[in-house]
Write a protein that binds this ligand. Structure first.
Ligand SMILES: [Zn+2]
Length: 286
């Protein structure tokens, strides 16, 4: 099996329309959560990064946050990722939704389905809602109905002590209520390793996981990152067929994560599944 020839899918990237907009958002997040970034997440930087890292496809996300500026920008940002991806078939757009956005979230889903949206991205910590908040259920119900997967931030953030908006246990409530809803839990559970393995066991069909941050190594706080041995154990316990590579560009350069995954003590077939096949199946990439 030649790992050099596979079409790598990065299932977790954030895209901003220009360097200026990206920098503004990233600086704000850096100030609030202390997270450094690797570049400003503009389309040019994404293209360049994908080329250098050998990434063929990427899920490009726009996401909401609980502040006025982000909320005002949300609908335009969704339009931007969808319109940009329409011209770039290697990109799969994911939109942000929030109860406080300028368009009804259910209408927004209908509108963006026409624009080829592939997923919804929700960040309970940044948006300040608990995953099992009943007022979010209409959004989940709609996504289940139209078979639109939701990529959720799952777990802790870079600084500890924030409310547990995205604790794995809260997801079981949602998954029970929407048994056909397809969900990706980001960051392999973001620090709640044991809890996430239990969740994966309970819901073997519809829940997938991405590796973003969890495999990014040295610059990440230790409570969010796995050692090589832990990573292999974690991936196999969850089930390798449900784990997809994601980087969290522009905070992380996917190149480093890909190199690390290639070096893990997994079989070549397992690596091919994580870097390419699982995501191709999940997102229906031909
Ligand atoms: Zn992210």
């Amino acid at each position: 099996m030649n790992l050099e020839k596979i079409a790598i899918v990065d299932t977790h990237t954030h895209l901003f329309p220009t360097r200026g907009v990206g920098k503004r958002v990233l600086e704000k997040i850096k100030k609030t959560y202390g997270v450094p970034y690797y570049c400003t997440g503009s389309p040019e930087e994404l293209t360049e990064t994908m080329k250098k890292a050998g990434v063929t496809y990427a899920v490009v996300m726009n996401q909401a946050a609980a502040n006025k500026e982000a909320m005002n920008w949300l609908v335009s940002g969704n339009f931007f990722v969808c319109a940009y991806a329409r011209k770039h078939p290697e990109l799969l757009p994911a939109i942000g939704l929030d109860k406080g956005m300028k368009r009804n979230p259910l209408e927004e889903i209908n509108h963006k389905l026409k624009w080829g949206v592939q997923a919804v991205k929700l960040h309970p910590v940044a948006q300040e809602f608990y995953v099992n908040d009943r007022t979010m259920f209409p959004i989940y119900q709609k996504c289940e109905k139209v078979n639109l997967p939701i990529i959720f931030h799952c777990g802790k953030m870079m600084i500890e002590g924030l409310p547990g908006y995205a604790h794995p246990e809260l997801f079981s409530d949602v998954l029970k209520s929407f048994p056909k809803l397809r969900v990706v839990l980001a960051h392999l559970g973001g620090g709640f390793w044991k809890e996430v393995i239990k969740l994966a066991d309970t819901f073997p069909e519809t829940v997938y996981f991405d590796t973003a941050i969890a495999l990014s190594g040295a610059s990440i706080p230790s409570f969010l990152s796995l050692t090589d041995t832990q990573a292999v154990e974690m991936i196999r316990k969850i089930g390798v067929q449900r784990v997809m590579f994601g980087s969290d560009f522009p905070w992380i350069n996917p190149k480093n994560d890909i190199e690390r995954i290639k070096k893990l003590h997994l079989t070549d077939n397992e690596k091919r599944m994580i870097l390419s096949e699982n995501a191709k199946k999940f997102f229906g990439i031909q």
